[in-house]
Design a protein around this ligand. Structure first.
Ligand code: ADP
Length: 959
């Protein structure tokens, strides 16, 4: 138990000692390793960098500043180029110097740096001088400078830099040596420790040895990790797909990886000679210059740059800048040309789609499910008149007419369920006007939300056009319906697609019934073949007609003349048909046939011979009489087809030809002609030739009409003979009349003389022997004197009678009213005595011989006054009536009247109804009156009733 305890406590002690020594040794070793690591880092990050900067300074000073004077002097470089190079070199030197000073420097180094700083200042001064000389282009100054420099051989600045470089090298060497020593010490310590550990391990358990082994392994691993991390870093940079480069504060490339080289087209060596400014697009640098110094970088920064490849091509990169070490940045760059192009493409696409949307003919909008307008095109604003801001606040109800709103909302619902919907609605504009729109909508997902993609097209013009079409249709419908006949359009299947009212009226079918019928069904089956052929012809030749019977719904068949022509109607080949009811025409044709037959009968039964001749005088038609005529007269038969010329007696033909030529010019000719007959008599014909015209009034022939007028002719001859006799008699009569007048005149004159003698001797007789003669004797004497007086009156009247018609006066305008006044004045005494009343009014004024007409009225009025009833005052009415050809005068009285058997007698000379004692007179008055009236072309007559009165009428012809 004790032993056990002792061993275990010893073991524990040993383990404790081992552990403590191991920890101590481990800590020591770790400390050394850390130092070693730090040294290595310093060596890598500072020493190398220091030397790089110093080398850069030496290079720039030695190659770009010092040799310049010589080059200028040798004219291998211009003043300005030299100056440029010097300025450039000086800037690099200053930057390098600045960077160098910022690296870790040992106190010894600092001492040398301060000394170098002084020398640098004088070198800078020299450089300034040189620059001054160069800017003055002072060749002499250059020469002087060269002299001063050559005397010093090597520039003190270069010397100092060289010293610094050497020192740096030495420091580096020291560090390396230190590290080597450290390695050595650490290795010795470790060997010691291992020996110790081995000792302990030997006396202790395998477990401890194992632990120690592990510990050793860990320690070794620790140093390996440092190397590995460095390697990893190298590997990472070297093999990174992104371009990686490290920049120092002035922007020089400190390190670059393979990808960077690939991306820029430069080799690593070339890049390390360049600054970041050299590969950035100068245009970009103008607006976005590089930032000097990296103090501002607290965390990694992303930005975009445009790099220039070695071949000059500019490309876009995205860089990620990270602070790497002091005054250094690690930049990861990625070529984003493609991404950029893609972005540009997207932008272009967006601009394109926007311009498309804005150039859409109608309005276009995106509306959320809650009715907000999310997006719309320009037209939406211009059409509605709302601004962008206003539209954003609008809802559907603000833009749709109240009457259409319900329908539009129904459509919106429908489009969400069916995926698409359209509606025609009136849109409300900002100014209140309403415009009809065709709206379409379809649901789309926009930014994760269900939206309505709507379009709208102004259809006011379409609606107007539709109205116009409707109007046009109505017009064409009216036109079609007002067509006189039937009109229809049928398609190739025989269905009627359009027709007019007349078709419905003619067939008795309603419009609906016609729709379900074919043309065939409306046509008599017997005419189907005709119809088929005609339809075929229409489509082949473009036009056809057919006479068919249309069967009405009631089964009535009516003949129609159909015409058809092909037409393209609503994209189908149709037949445009018209139909005219030809039943009346057919009837007319039948009638014509009948009337022709009638005419023929008439022609054949007429007494006139008719022959129709054409222009060449060929016989075209003739009637039975014509046959009879030529047969009897010329012994010809026209049925043989002879020419008319063949019928004619040769001597007459030229005359006939002359006539026909005149007729063919349009004249009508009539003449009479006689044909001698074998028995010595003659037959007379009345010949009428007249032109025959066609529908166009063109003369195409002539008609020869021949009537037998022999009987008329004979009657005429008789009449002429009679007339001749009459004339002879009249002449004889006129002579005898004249002789009679002569006789009456002579007689009345010659008789006057003996009468006067009788009267005067009778008067003497009474005077001388009145006492001797008794009363009886005296009475005889008085009778003789009265007789002689009467004889004288009769002779005077006779003279008057004989003179009627021989007036030598001129005709004059006679006012009959005035004439009556004159007559009244003539009979004034009788009128007063008998209290007669004479009335007359509105009598005409006529151009006439005044004396005879005065005589007429004088006789008639005188008789009316004379033959009045005893105790009855005469009432005489004179009147006149105007007729078409004459004036009719009347003289009416209320006298004794005349018995009808004396109506003629009273107009005969010397005829009286009373003796001289009752009523005086010679019986000549009415005879003279009648003779005057008739000599003026009139008539005289009377109406009378005994005891009541008489009316005498006479007429005077109008001129
Ligand atoms: P006159 O009067 O000299 O006898 P007229 O020739 O004038 O001869 O008449 C013939 C006869 O006609 C008359 O005698 C008379 O009887 C009769 N007469 C004529 N006028 C009338 C009359 N107005 N009324 C009655 N008788 C008439």
């Amino acid at each position: 138990m004790l032993n056990k305890f002792g061993t275990s406590s010893k073991l524990y002690l040993l383990i404790f000692i081992t552990a403590t020594s191991l920890i101590g040794l481990g800590l020591y070793a770790i400390g050394d390793l850390k130092k070693m690591n730090d040294n290595t880092e310093t060596l890598y990050s500072d020493r190398v960098l220091c030397i790089q900067q110093l080398l850069k300074i030496r290079f720039e000073y030695g190659t770009n500043i010092l040799p310049m004077q010589q080059d200028v002097k040798n004219h291998t470089i211009t003043f300005s180029a030299a100056k440029k190079r010097i300025l450039n070199a000086q800037a690099i030197i200053d930057t390098a110097w600045h960077n160098y000073k910022r690296t870790y420097l040992t106190p010894e180094e600092w001492l040398l740096v301060k000394q170098t700083e002084l020398v640098k200042k004088s070198a800078d001064k020299e450089t300034q001088d040189l620059l001054y000389i160069l800017s003055k282009e002072d060749t002499l100054g250059v020469a002087r400078l060269i002299q001063s420099i050559t005397s010093t051989r090597t520039a003190p600045f270069t010397l100092k830099i060289n010293q610094l470089i050497d020192l740096q090298v030495q420091v580096a060497k020291q560090i390396l040596n230190k590290n080597k020593t450290l390695y050595r010490v650490t290795s010795a310590n470790l060997i010691l420790f291992i020996l110790l550990s081995l000792l302990i391990a030997l006396s202790l358990s395998f477990y401890i040895i194992k632990n120690i082994k592990d510990l050793i392994k860990d320690i070794l691993n620790g140093s390996n990790n440092v190397k590995k991390s460095e390697e990893k870093y190298r590997m990472l940079i070297g093999h990174a797909s992104d371009a990686i480069y490290i920049l120092d504060a002035p922007g020089n490339f400190v390190d670059v990886n393979e990808s960077m080289c690939k991306m820029t087209g430069y080799s690593k060596e070339e890049l390390l000679q360049l600054k970041i400014d050299d590969i950035v697009d100068p245009e970009q640098l103008k607006t976005d210059p590089l930032k000097r110094g990296y103090d501002h970088l607290s965390q990694s920064v992303f930005r975009e740059r445009r790099f220039i490849r070695k071949d000059g091509k500019i490309f876009d990169v995205e860089i990620n800048v990270n602070k790497f070490a002091d005054d250094q940045v690690l930049v990861m760059a990625r070529d984003i040309t493609e991404r950029k192009q893609a972005q540009e493409l997207i932008l272009r696409e967006k601009a394109l789609s926007e311009s498309i949307v804005n150039s859409l003919p109608g309005i276009f909008y995106l509306q959320s499910a809650t009715g907000e307008y999310l997006f719309w095109n320009k037209s939406f604003e211009t059409v509605t008149g709302y601004t962008k801001e206003e539209i954003a606040k609008l809802r559907t109800s603000d833009l749709i007419d109240e009457n259409d709103f319900g329908r539009v909302m129904d459509t919106v619902k429908k489009l969400y369920t069916e995926g698409y919907a359209t509606v025609e609605a009136k849109a409300k504009m900002k100014d209140g006007t309403r415009i009809p729109f065709l709206l379409t909508g379809t649901p789309i997902m926009y930014e994760g939300k269900l939206c309505l993609l709507g379009t709208g097209i102004d259809i006011s013009s379409r609606i107007k056009a539709e109205e116009l079409i409707l109007k046009e249709k109505a017009l064409s419908e009216t036109v079609i319906n007002s067509l006189p006949g039937m009109f229809y359009l049928r398609n190739e299947k025989g269905k009627l697609v359009r027709w007019n009212k007349n078709l419905e009226l003619a067939t008795g079918y309603s419009g609906q019934e016609i729709e379900s019928l074919t043309v065939r069904e409306m046509i008599d089956s017997e005419d189907h073949e005709i119809m088929n052929l005609a339809a075929e012809k229409v489509f082949k030749e473009g036009y056809a007609t057919a006479e068919v019977r249309i069967v009405s719904k009631a089964g009535i068949r009516t003949p129609y003349l159909l015409t058809g022509s092909p037409i393209n109607y609503e994209n189908q080949l149709c037949l445009l048909g018209t139909g005219i009811d030809i039943s009346s025409r057919i009837k007319a044709e039948e009638l014509l046939k009948k009337s022709e037959a009638n005419l023929k009968t008439i022609m054949d039964t007429t007494d006139t011979a008719y022959t129709l001749l054409d222009k060449e005088l060929n016989v075209m038609a003739y009637n039975q009489m014509a046959v009879k005529f030529v047969n009897s007269q010329f012994n010809h038969n026209p049925a043989k087809g002879d020419k008319l010329a063949d019928y004619f007696p040769k001597e007459r033909f030229p005359q006939f030809l002359n006539y026909t030529q005149q007729v063919l010019q349009g004249e009508s000719i009539n003449y009479e002609v006689s044909y001698p007959q074998p028995d010595g008599s003659a037959l007379w014909y009345y010949v009428k030739l007249f032109p025959i015209t066609n529908d166009q009034d063109e003369i195409f022939g002539l008609m020869l009409a021949l009537s037998d007028i022999t009987d008329h002719k004979i009657a005429e001859i008789h009449l002429e003979e009679l007339n001749e006799n009459l004339k002879k008699h009249a002449k004889e009569l006129a002579i005898s009349n004249a002789e009679l007048e002569q006789f009456a005149y002579v007689a009345s004159h010659d008789l006057q003389e003996p009468l006067r003698m009788v009267t005067s001797f009778m008067t003497q007789l009474e005077k001388k022997y009145g006492d001797v003669v008794d009363d009886k004797g005296r009475q005889y004497i008085r009778f003789a004197v009265d007789g002689a007086k009467r004889m004288r009156q009769i002779i005077l009247d006779l003279l008057d009678f004989s003179r009627v018609g021989n007036t030598e006066d001129d005709m004059e305008d006679v006012n009959f009213n005035k004439l009556m006044n004159e007559i009244q004045a003539l009979y004034r005494r009788q009128i007063e005595e008998s209290h007669a009343k004479i009335t007359f009014e509105n009598l005409p004024t006529l151009h006439i011989y005044k004396t005879p007409i005065r005589q007429v009225f004088q006789n008639l009025v005188g008789n009316s006054l004379k033959y009045h009833r005893k105790g009855v005052a005469p009432v005489i009415e004179i009147a006149c009536k105007e007729a078409k050809t004459h004036y009719q005068f009347s003289v009416k009285d209320n006298g004794i009247g005349i018995a009808p058997e004396f109506f003629d007698k009273i107009f005969i000379i010397f005829q009286r109804l009373h003796n001289k004692d009752e009523y005086s007179g010679t019986g000549m008055g009415l005879a003279i009156t009648k003779k005057i009236v008739e000599s003026l072309g009139g008539k005289i007559w009377l109406e009378s009733e005994e005891g009541k009165g008489s009316t005498f009428y006479f007429t005077l012809l109008k001129k």
